[in-house]
Design a protein around this ligand. Structure first.
Ligand SMILES: Nc1ncnc2c1ncn2[C@@H]1O[C@H](COP(=O)(O)OP(=O)(O)O)[C@@H](O)[C@H]1O
Ligand SMILES: [Mg+2]
Length: 216
């Protein structure tokens, strides 16, 4: 299964979600790899910091949009799960990621500004739908807290778009920052609440995959 994690905005949690899903899938026994398409190559550096005793996750950096399809398809031949860590630029790369993915996850922060900025992403998504008529896509709300009325109302605002919204959200937690520098996922860390939400997220992704017939 090829999962594209994309949004045209930077700093929304694309890399955080990619790495944490990858770690969780790897621990569940799925052969998993990451394609890092961002120029800053955060996932490539993360992989360099990863301890060899942890489940292995291959990370391949690809910054040339023309090479994305070939790389993803090649990796998909011997990996059950290929996660594509997206780039924040309004570029050909984003269109390519949308087209090569079986499932799209779109991280977003609960801010009205970020919801408004989705317009540009949807232009790309709708263009892609002219080439492929079904591209399952779901928002994932990052750094969300049920305590804040504003966050809840932003969740409602997202319903105006005709794509799904993942039930699982991530809270703002320092463990996401701490594990990122160590080449780990929160699944491998001491923060039990973070681990729980990442497991829930991974299970929700698997449920979606099953509904779409993407996994045996
Ligand atoms: N739920 C979270 N709680 C705390 N920090 C987070 C969370 N999600 C992301 N971050 C931090 O925010 C920054 C941007 O996240 P990142 O995943 O790199 O975004 P993107 O890949 O979309 O640019 C990083 O420093 C990351 O560690
Ligand atoms: Mg990133």
């Amino acid at each position: 299964m090829r999962i594209g994690i994309t949004n045209l905005k930077g700093g929304v949690g694309k890399t955080t979600l990619t790495q944490n899903l990858a770690v969780c899938f790897a621990h569940m026994g799925y052969k998993t790899c990451i394609v890092d398409t961002d120029r800053n190559q955060n996932s490539v550096s993360w992989s360099g910091a990863r301890d060899e005793s942890l489940p292995q996750i291959l990370v391949v950096g690809v910054t040339d949009p023309k090479a994305v399809n070939k790389t993803v398809d090649k990796l998909h031949e011997d990996n059950e799960i290929v996660l594509i860590d997206g780039t924040p630029s309004l570029s050909e790369m984003t269109t390519r990621i949308i087209l090569v993915s079986d499932l799209l996850l779109i991280p977003i922060l609960p801010s009205a500004h970020d919801v408004r900025a989705m317009g540009q992403f949807f232009e790309r998504y709708e263009q892609a739908l002219e080439f492929r008529d079904h591209i399952p896509a779901h928002f994932f709300i990052n750094q969300y807290s049920d305590k804040y009325i504003i966050h809840r109302s932003i969740k409602e605002m997202l319903q105006q778009f005709e794509i799904g919204i993942m039930k699982t959200t991530f809270r703002e937690r320092v463990s996401y920052l701490e594990t990122a520098v160590e080449g780990m996922g929160v699944y491998e860390y001491s923060d039990k609440k973070a681990k729980k939400e990442v497991i829930e997220m991974t299970e929700e992704v698997l449920e979606l995959a099953q509904k779409e017939g993407l996994l045996e």
